[in-house]
Design a protein around this ligand. Structure first.
Ligand SMILES: NC(=O)c1ccc[n+]([C@@H]2O[C@H](COP(=O)([O-])OP(=O)(O)OC[C@H]3O[C@@H](n4cnc5c(N)ncnc54)[C@H](O)[C@@H]3O)[C@@H](O)[C@H]2O)c1
Ligand SMILES: [Zn+2]
Length: 457
């Protein structure tokens, strides 16, 4: 196997950063964590009162959200908790803004938000709404969402399209069912598509909204942890091709994202854990304080403690919003959000879509990326152990399924979107916890060694 060091053929084009927190782009190092700057406008503010219910104890982390204040993108839980919690119990929510100029939008996070009808209605364009959901979610939440859209507003009419459930249906045939419904029902440009579901529905509905009549209004109502912490934010939409994940799609931002954390009450445990893989990812690539918080709170997350979940979702959305605001179309920095995904996508495609959940494949992929970073001498062994332990604690896989061979990894990784001019670029950890690079400049032998260490053949 080749062991020669690979030289990058692509350099980051953006001008060298003048920000003292960031190293120059042309080093290929994307130290994405930057403690002293607030690049996105992130606010935690009161949406309404009485969200947690009077009997539930309110975690100080969540209580602080009731204070209408600017929370920096890098505020740590400890810093947040230092704020004086208010005395009275009430329903609490947070808003995280994604700052993209005229395409900026709010992410509303909290319990009971589907009962606050004005939140959704204020983002509807036109009189007609198409809710896109699937056979699992429709019986649980479709009526509630239709009610939220129409309550007190008789001018709005809602149609729905209920797709088959599963990653294997994230394809062109299923996408066409959305267009069939919209065209048969004579939707025009002044309409709104609403994605009600997990990442599969969000990605497909968003892509349909981007393409239908060259773009219609679009709202995300994510109902999985995966979608609430990651896929509904940032405007990446698309479908799979049989040769690779998410290879067909568009960048298309929603009008708003409404995260009602009560929807997680019906989510299966395995899906919950899958979403936590992306939460761990933010800690590893850019937010060490958040990682430490996760190490202390993983059991509470798995037990679905509402305030702990709300904090994890908020902090994840803040991290994602900050990265997306800096690099919406993935010129470089945004790629760091794909730690473990090149390995993970190879597992998803090679093992068969839906065999392993996205977060499960990403968890195994992150362990592989961390292993490779260590082989390159870029990180301490302690980070390898901590990454492994937290993923294991989250009941996530820490290596690929046995069916995956070195050759399978190589062939699927070769069609990854991060290949440029034939060069496979990877997100790898480098330096202390919370620092990473997106680079093609690594010793190929380390990749080979990692693949051999994790595959039986
Ligand atoms: N666009 C992005 O930036 C981005 C980021 C991360 C992941 N993704 C994509 O997201 C997809 C994975 O998303 P996912 O993990 O949400 O999977 P998913 O959409 O398949 O949902 C997981 C399962 O949970 C069910 N479900 C959803 N909400 C539920 C609820 N509240 N109660 C009960 N069941 C519920 C779904 O019907 C499905 O069976 C992948 O296709 C991945 O590529 C996209
Ligand atoms: Zn992902």
């Amino acid at each position: 196997m080749a062991s020669a060091a690979i030289r990058p053929t692509i350099r980051f084009s953006p001008k060298a950063s003048t920000d003292p927190c960031l190293p120059p782009w042309d080093t290929c190092h994307l130290f994405s964590r930057c403690r002293n700057r607030t690049v996105t406008s992130l606010r935690s503010s009161l949406i309404s009162s009485d969200l947690l219910g009077t009997n539930r104890s309110v975690d100080p982390v969540l209580k602080c959200n009731r204070i209408r204040s600017t929370v920096s993108a890098t505020a740590t839980p400890a810093e947040v908790m230092e704020q004086t919690p208010p005395k009275t119990d009430s329903k609490i929510s947070t808003i995280v803004d994604v700052d993209l100029g005229d395409r900026s939008y709010p992410i509303y996070i909290g319990p009971g938000l589907l009962d606050q009808h004005d939140l959704l209605q204020r983002h509807v364009h036109g009189k007609r709404v198409l809710v896109v959901t699937n056979t699992t979610i429709a019986p649980l939440y479709l009526d509630k969402v239709i009610n939220a859209l129409t309550s007190g507003n008789s001018k709005i009419s809602v149609d729905s399209v209920i797709l088959p459930d599963g990653e294997k249906y994230k394809d062109m045939d299923t996408l066409m069912k959305i267009f069939d419904k919209a065209i048969e029902s004579r939707f025009d440009r002044r309409c709104t598509f609403v994605a009600l579901g997990g990442g599969v529905i969000g990605d497909m509905c968003g892509f349909a909204a981007a393409a239908f009549l060259r773009g219609v209004n679009f709202i995300q109502i994510p109902t999985t942890v995966m979608a609430q912490v990651d896929s509904s934010v940032g405007g990446k939409t698309g479908i799979n091709h049989r040769l690779g994940k998410n290879l067909i799609g568009a960048f298309y931002q929603p009008q708003c994202v409404l995260v009602d954390i009560d929807t997680l009450n019906t989510l299966p445990d395995r899906e919950l854990a899958s979403g936590l893989a992306e939460v761990v990812k933010y800690g590893l690539i850019r937010d060490p304080e958040f990682f430490e918080w996760q190490e202390k709170n993983m059991q509470a997350l798995l037990a679905r403690d509402p305030s702990t979940l709300a904090y994890a979702i908020k902090r994840s959305c803040e991290n994602k919003a900050e990265v997306v605001a800096l690099d919406e179309k993935e010129g470089g920095l945004r790629a760091t959000l794909n730690l473990g995904h090149t390995f993970g996508h190879a597992i998803e495609t090679g093992f068969g879509y839906g065999q392993w959940l996205h977060g499960e494949a990403v968890a195994a992929g992150m362990v592989m990326a961390v292993d490779m970073s260590y082989r390159l001498g870029w990180i301490d062994e302690s980070i390898v152990k901590r990454a492994f332990n937290i993923l294991q604690q989250a009941n996530l896989p820490t290596g690929p399924p046995e069916v995956m061979t070195v050759e399978m990894f190589k062939s699927y990784m070769a069609v990854d979107k991060k290949v440029a001019d034939g060069l496979l670029r990877l997100i790898l950890l480098k330096g202390s916890l919370g620092n990473c690079v997106f680079t093609g400049d690594y010793d190929r032998k380390a990749l080979d060694d990692t693949l051999r260490a994790f595959c039986k053949s």
